[in-house]
Design a protein around this ligand. Sequence first.
Ligand SMILES: Cc1cc2nc3c(=O)[nH]c(=O)nc-3n(C[C@H](O)[C@H](O)[C@H](O)COP(=O)(O)OP(=O)(O)OC[C@H]3O[C@@H](n4cnc5c(N)ncnc54)[C@H](O)[C@@H]3O)c2cc1C
Length: 579
Amino acid sequence: IKNTYDYVIVGGGTAGLTVGDRLSESGKYSVLVIEYGYLEPEGQRPGTLYNITSAPISGLNNKTFPVVVGCVVGGSSAVNGMVFQRGTAKDYDIWKELGDGSLRDSWNWVGMLRYFKKAIQLTPPKPETAAFGLRHDAQYWGRNFSTNHTIFATFGNVISPKIYPFYEAAKKVPGINVSPDAGSGQPGLQYYQTSTNPYTGERSYSRTGHWDGLNRANYDLLTATRVNKIIFDRNRAAGVQVYPRGERDKKTVIRARKEVILAAGAIHTPQILQLSGIGPADLLRRAGIPVKVDLPGVGYNFQDHTFIPAVSFSWSTSPPIPLHLNISVVNDGLGRTSLGLSIGLPVISPSSFNRIASRYESQDPAAYLPKGTHKTIIRGYHKQQQIYAREMRAKGFSFLRATFSGDPSFVPIVIHPVSRGTVLIDPATGSDVEVEPIVDYRAASNPIDVDVAVEEVKFLRRFLTGGELSGYNATEVVPGPGYESDEALASWVRANTIPSVYHPVGTAAKMPREWGGVVGDDLLVYGVRGLSVVDASIMPTIVAATTSMTVYAIAEKVSDDLDFLTLNYLIKVRAGASS
Ligand SMILES: Cc1cc2nc3c(=O)[nH]c(=O)nc-3n(C[C@H](O)[C@H](O)[C@H](O)COP(=O)(O)OP(=O)(O)OC[C@H]3O[C@@H](n4cnc5c(N)ncnc54)[C@H](O)[C@@H]3O)c2cc1C
């Protein structure tokens, strides 16, 4: 490990190793990735996690919940559920509306699709899966099997025939289409992949795709090392202060010639920024941290998907499995391919979507944000509110995601919550990086999220007991009798919602500074030079999907942009934009 590198990347997780690989592959730059977790021995990868408990959530009856993030080389991609999805096209088009347009206007679906293709290599479905109605279109995917150094999205050929009756029934619900491909950006019914290596059947993640076996002299990984804070030369990020895990009195500095890149994830990136004096000035002063940049949005705009663990029924007669699915499938060892549903609010609730959209639209944008929220953040949230209210009336923007297990039981996910939380250091513990930040999901702080969840439960009731499935006389088990009125369902939702699907995003949002943003379209942190953020924190709004595939695409995009930006004139643009 040297004293100085061109790029120093903080966090060897999903984004960090992807960016590290890309920036080092040409040989032009030296790159160091610093990771607090260990490099687990090959073949033995017990997922190690941080030990964090959330703040009590008043919208969920004051309960606390574990905050689950990976602490290991590979970060959360090493411990995640391997469900590999991307959001709808609108998710990314909205990022353009919420951006500053400075960087080739590329933060939209078309711009991101290019990087989804670069980031992910598809293992196409086997012919036998066609019997299940699996649709797939290669135009949404990259395929380059010349290298093992990639991330794989793989279809396994095992599909439960029990899900087919749900597929047939859902197709007939007005407004539900079969997506042409799970990666097409169109909501609807879709079979989706897992992040599985098609050759080994093992997890494909940032370590296997972007570290193992690369052995480049210009690409180093320092493990079991904590970044304490960023070091500045006047207004430029010049390096980081680090210490070996468990030995905090052995602090040293590693310098960055070009840039310090934060990839510590949506929980720790805002923590490191705040500990380095970049954040809400009043918070930093209370913590005794000298203010480098008063950037109120750091740690605000926090989002995660929420879910209800079960809405379940029992059949009086199970739907029959069609004869054409009585095929014998030899398990290809590549996992199970699942069927998911992604639908907009007009489909979830044809009778209430307009009322919910109007109620949301007419809210005072500050009403459900934390007390004392800075006016720039309120302005940015107001913009998000206008966009979401518009999209609540559209079919292409999903508000519900669920997976069909084959049994009449569902885990409905509120996929576009409108509540916003915070990740802030505790002023009482000042500048101690070992003390985890206060993670306040604030789930269901905005009652609109409860309204949407109630409509989701009602949708599932209608789907199971009416329409195509009505002949099987389903009886509701959970929530069960006694939850007829919206009020009763709302209190049931508050008692049963889990605030996180482990998809934290948004805490260093890519939005204009006057809207409470932390980074611009170039992902540079406002107010300083030579410092960027490349992880899940930059998403201004959460996507209607599991999040890792989007993080890989962001990381690929920023690596391209960074390389491009080393051209002189763009260096000037970056310097100008961030001063
Ligand atoms: C249990 C779980 C299940 C999930 N399931 C799915 C799923 O099925 N599908 C899906 O697509 N997504 C899933 N996700 C979410 C997805 O994995 C994340 O959104 C994504 O991996 C985040 O990438 P990131 O680069 O932002 O952060 P991470 O991958 O978390 O990387 C951050 C890294 O920074 C390191 N770090 C933090 N602070 C410091 C410091 N001070 N010094 C040095 N290093 C530091 C961390 O140890 C970590 O390795 C899941 C996540 C979890 C935790």
